[in-house]
Design a binder for this molecule. Structure first.
Ligand code: GTS
Length: 232
């Protein structure tokens, strides 16, 4: 087969990532980068969520959805959505470790990542945006408190679901750490920021999270957050 004219992924680094330093969704990509040893290849561009910079017309040109993070390659290609960015990073070195190697692993990790978003992380986010002051009235143009509280309860049910999963396996989707773990970690980070407590009976979830927090990628992320918001 002639592959001479096929688009190539050669030399795609360095890259930019638009994000906000302690955002729970941006944490997913920062943790993935750290797990893959790629943090040093990235320039982070701060978009201040609290000022609503992610909803400004200039940023909507970068990501139609007006959300963080977004990865930008040096040729200008932009990839939004944490799952898509993580998949890209995994495929870069031809040795996927976060999104699976075999067809079964890929399927299970994809399913559990989606489940972690729908049942937990995105529900926490909806709670934040609808039933708390969120990012402030200049950003939160529509709020529905009842819906937000419904999402909070859904998130707590999600915690109980993942607690059950983690009673019988060490990781969320597979025999090893994956994008699905990172997604549940992000849900735990977001819950902690909002003071949304993990139910006392979720022992397996708590133990798993304590183990996850010892991984070098999470230690590095916590140290970066500890330093506070970027000044420029
Ligand atoms: N589905 C998107 C993804 O997976 O990338 C969701 C991204 C998302 O919601 N990002 C948050 C955001 O931009 C960032 S953070 O809240 O975790 O810091 N929120 C701002 C908003 O107004 O929705």
């Amino acid at each position: 087969m002639n592959t001479a004219n096929r688009p190539t992924d050669a030399a795609p680094l360095p890259m930019n990532i638009y994000d906000w330093y302690n955002g729970p969704y941006p944490a997913r990509v920062r943790i993935a980068l750290a797990e893959k040893g790629l943090l040093a290849k990235v320039d982070f561009v701060s978009i201040n969520l609290w000022k609503g910079e992610h909803k400004a017309p200039e940023f909507l040109e970068i990501n139609y959805s007006g959300t963080l993070p977004v990865l930008e390659l040096k040729d200008g290609t932009r990839i939004a959505e944490c799952t898509a960015i993580t998949q890209y990073l995994d495929d870069l070195d031809g040795s996927p470790t976060l999104t699976g190697s075999t067809a079964v692993e890929k399927g299970l990790i994809h399913m559990m990542t989606k489940r972690a978003e729908i049942e937990f992380l995105d529900a926490v986010s909806m709670y934040f945006h609808h039933a708390t002051p969120g990012l402030g009235s200049h950003v939160e143009i529509y709020q529905n408190r009842e819906w937000g509280l419904h999402m909070r309860d859904k998130a707590v049910r999600g915690m109980r679901y993942f607690n059950e999963v983690l009673k019988s396996q060490p990781f969320v989707a597979s025999p090893s750490f994956s994008m699905a773990d990172i997604t549940v970690i992000s849900g735990m980070v977001f819950s902690a920021l909002l003071g949304l407590a993990v139910p006392d009976d979720c022992q397996a979830l708590r133990e798993w999270y304590a183990r996850m927090q010892q991984r070098p990628s999470l230690v590095a992320w916590a140290a970066m957050v500890e330093k506070g918001a970027p000044t420029s």
